[in-house]
Design a protein around this ligand. Sequence first.
Ligand SMILES: Nc1nc2c(ncn2[C@@H]2O[C@H](COP(=O)(O)OP(=O)(O)OP(=O)(O)O)[C@@H](O)[C@H]2O)c(=O)[nH]1
Ligand SMILES: [Mg+2]
Ligand SMILES: [Zn+2]
Length: 315
Amino acid sequence: MTGQIIKQISNQYTILTEDQKRIDAIARGKLRHMEVDGKSSFYQSISSKTKKETQHQQLSPKVGDIVTYSFVSDHYLIEDIHPRKTDLYRPDIANVDQLFLVFSAIEPEFSYVLLDKFLTVLHTYDLEIQIVLTKTDLIDQKMKDVFKKQLDYYQKIGYPYLTLNAKTLEDKDKLLTLLKDHVSVISGQTGVGKSTLLNGLIPDLNLATQEISKALGRGKHTTRHTELYPLNGGLIADTPGFSKLSFDQLPLETLPFCFKEFSFYSDNCKFQSCSHIHEPQCAVKKAVENGQILTTRYENYVSFYEEIKTTKKKY
Ligand SMILES: Nc1nc2c(ncn2[C@@H]2O[C@H](COP(=O)(O)OP(=O)(O)OP(=O)(O)O)[C@@H](O)[C@H]2O)c(=O)[nH]1
Ligand SMILES: [Mg+2]
Ligand SMILES: [Zn+2]
């Protein structure tokens, strides 16, 4: 029998069966290993090489895994894990194919640095990315216009966005269409409205939400565990917010490719290996001057470049 793990609490798993029933299961002995992978980085993926190695070594099951299970005497037993299409850490979920990047317009304040950092880190993944701007009910028309102008740019380079009030969720149908048949994850800083959004999508879910001032006062995030919820033929997970995002393993040479609009211009740079920082006759810098590339995007690129360079030097 085949199913998908939607919840894990230590050694106890909940599997969603093919006929949409929830059953409790434990893993067979050979699967009860602690994973020794460095789970240090956000959204770190197993490279294809190590993926082969680790699969060989036997992974332990995790949320999102498609598994083969059986019924032995009086309980369900996970026998095998099917190969993972994608493998995220923090949130630790397998087989995710879509990510909702949630930002609030204010409280916490919107950050283009954080948005670009997220997009950079996520660039190497085979994931659909949707930017979601919440709390638009709390800003005036002038601010809305500014967001529209900026976010239209992101949409143009391939990152579509939605703006909404997560508390009232007027745009529910649009979201439901996007979620159909996908394994999606809602991600973003603490307090942006991730759980509020999911509560709006799934009536009766009643996830805990909390005013940001209170959450920060406690020094804790409101959401603390990861679980996939069935929705519109697919699955969706809420995740705990985070406060830090690091580049960890991103090689400096890869960074220019993470800013995907640079590639529209970089063929015309004088030097083939142009870093678009200090080289003369750089077509990317020219495009920034001409207003074709968003200035904040380029500024963030330069600062990420310096950040990665400095971190690398330490080793
Ligand atoms: N006015 C308004 N308030 C919102 C909106 N979205 C969320 N909120 C409020 O913002 C606060 C934080 O929302 P949560 O859903 O708990 O935030 P979260 O992203 O799940 O936070 P963590 O679980 O800590 O990561 C709550 O008080 C919500 O009611 C929105 O679109 N408009
Ligand atoms: Mg939450
Ligand atoms: Zn260049």
